[in-house]
Write a new protein. Structure first.
Lengths: 223, 223
DNA sequence: TGTACATCAGTGAACGCGCGTTCACTGATGTAC
DNA sequence: TGTACATCAGTGAACGCGCGTTCACTGATGTAC
């Protein structure tokens, strides 16, 4: 493909027309590589993902990747970081949508967790199953902390409605919900184990959180 | 190493002295390979595991593996199957140790889940993170179903103590506990994410299940 | 407006590597006589 | 007890493959004049 390689690149996923972004040959190769990586991670798991294939999917030689990333790991880390960013935004939006009710905010963040896992499966896997350490870069640590912070804030608000004597630490409440949500996603929201889920994951999470909140005395026992 | 390769093998992990098991050159290569695979899966994750390295660790040529397994996947599947067997045994033992109290049995199975993940990390990863389908072989499906059955039985016993009107299906209760346990293991019982867990995983699971059971009305609200 | 130049994103060939798998073989084992 | 033989667990060499990474290069781009 010697002379006109531009149309080919456009076909293979460059988000805009050729040279739309000024100063770049490809358009925006950096983001195109992240997007390709996310698709591959979603489809083949973090271990099935290869730098070479991501480059190919972006219409580019593997060597070109090194103009934008230090290597394979660095590309995965960027995908995870973008995921944490979206995740934190989503959680924040859910939190705000439930205000001023602490209970509504908390339930909304729980639902947002599952919604994120569903809508951004590539990001989710890159974040939680790729083995990337959250402390890999300060940038990644910061954005991950922001996501965790939203859930902890929601749990903190909620705690104020519990008599101080029987109130668990807010961090513990958020850890419980995070664990329950993650478990539901891993075990029941993926088709991978080959088993069919006995219930829709959304229902499972909704009822699980409901029973848990009843246990905290935040929902009347007979509803 | 032409003439005496026997001592070498003993060093590299043959469980007993040379030729202790009659009829085998190695001793018991099949199990030695499974053990090596479990070690590697524990240390490097399911994707870092290679057939060649498992063979090497067992003191044997990669080609020898094919005398006992169909290939790499088959070896992982056997490791997972052995894990499900141990897991089911442990859960059953925990269930029985709590009898005749349905509540004690249920709580014991929850604790057994975490204990298994701690004591058999290689098996745990092979079972839940290797991507092996549970329906890969009838044998694997059966032993996995046995493990799931114990938890569902414990949940079923418990359900009988809840007024029928507000009683969730036992399968849902067991799914909640399975998800919570799995989430705690994945997020807080592994060092991998680089974060330090805010609470000991055992406490997290114990309190989480406690609050949940209170929500089901099975524990008085003020304890 | 047109020309000369510096930049640097992407090329393409090459590398060494370890992987999973195959194959004809070898030699220690247990068995039959 | 000793010898001849069949079995089959493990060998070692070879395969084709795709991987991540490197390197000198090229040629389209934006800029200075």
């Amino acid at each position: 493909m010697p002379p006109p390689n531009c149309p080919i690149r456009r076909l293979q996923g460059a988000p805009t027309a050729c040279m739309s972004k000024r100063g770049y040959h490809h358009g925006n190769l950096r983001q195109a590589l992240v997007d390709a990586a996310l698709d591959l991670i979603r489809d083949k798991g973090p271990t099935g993902f290869t730098l070479s294939e991501a480059a190919k999917q972006a219409g580019v030689t593997p060597a070109a990747v090194y103009r934008h990333f230090e290597g394979r790991e660095d590309l995965i880390a960027e995908a995870a970081a973008q995921g944490y960013g979206i995740f934190a935004d989503l959680m924040e939006y859910a939190y705000n949508s439930g205000q001023p009710s602490a209970l509504a905010s908390f339930e909304a963040t729980g639902r947002a967790y599952l919604a994120f896992a569903r809508r951004y499966p590539g990001h989710y896997v890159a974040m939680f199953e790729s083995g990337i350490s959250i402390n890999r870069t300060p940038d990644l640590a910061r954005v991950a902390q922001r996501a965790r912070g939203v859930l902890e804030k929601a749990a903190g608000d909620l705690s104020k409605h519990i008599p101080a004597a029987k109130r668990p630490p807010p961090q513990m409440v958020s850890a419980h919900i995070w664990a329950l949500s993650h478990g539901v996603v891993e075990l029941f929201a993926r088709a991978s184990p080959g088993t069919t889920s006995p219930f829709p994951p959304e229902d499972l999470l909704e009822t699980g959180i409901g029973i848990y909140l009843r246990g905290l005395g935040l929902i009347p026992p007979d509803i």
